[in-house]
Design a protein around this ligand. Sequence first.
Ligand code: SER
Length: 318
Amino acid sequence: MDKILVIGAAGQLGSELTRALADQFGGDQVIATDLRATASSLFPYCRFEVLDVMDKDALGTLVKKEKVTQIYHLAAVLSATGEKNPHFAWQLNMDSLLYVLELAKEQALAKIYWPSSIAVFGPGTPKINTPQFCEKNPNTVYGISKLAGEGWCNYYFEKYGVDVRSLRYPGLIGYKSLPGGGTTDYAVDIYHKAIAKQPFTCFLSEDSYLPMMYMPDAIKATLDLMNAPREAIKIRSSYNLAGISFSPKEIFESISKQVPGFEIKYQPDFRQAIADSWPDSIDDSYARANWRWQPSYDLDGMTQDILTHLPTFFPSQT
Ligand code: SER
């Protein structure tokens, strides 16, 4: 029977993916871990342990003691925060991945999941329908660490047969938790302001297109990838993955249809240069062909769902 360890479970992706994993495998088979002890309240449906992924020994002991078979390693420093402390971002993002891959090799773990990002692309990358294989010149430490990590994943698969799988997520948008330190975070924050009936100040310009994805699609993609047979996974670095592409102006217009009088102003900051270096949209035909990926949500569908459900999760804002 599979035993699942989620590292960084209290983050934006982890808090929703852990729930989905508990639904699939049973709460008893899932261990959520995070740096913060206070995160335990998020996981009434499964076991919770405090774990600093940089503590290699503690990680190894937990995996062996609990007979873990799969690790979802979600802890990372994202793009905007990474630029403030590049060496720390590199160390955390890289060392932790190598600990997990090495453990997977030593303990013959069944599967590893590790997220990559659109941040692997940079200046020189084709911006529209960015192909799976093309020039990549990441210019953030986050993107550099993700691109190097993709190489390590492929290396551990080729050399040691570690079944590690990965997706290049677009900006993830959900209403159940807040993102932390990314360039795409504005597309979550904007809904909180709309619900609170406050004007929104956007840190990107109105026409900055970025690839994005609604969280239910991201969860589905992750589970589809991880549940696919080993031989279906043809790409062992990381798969391009596309949901929706829009600009701040377009998400504002989508919200305004349902929140009349909502106001926005644009004050681009250092994150504009990061956004400008990333694709506008992504070609994910390998994911569609290899394991039948298909997104469900468009921009208006996402907006409607978030505006309906967000007040229940953050009641203080209404
Ligand atoms: N959402 C991430 C960021 O903005 C990109 O993967 O850093």
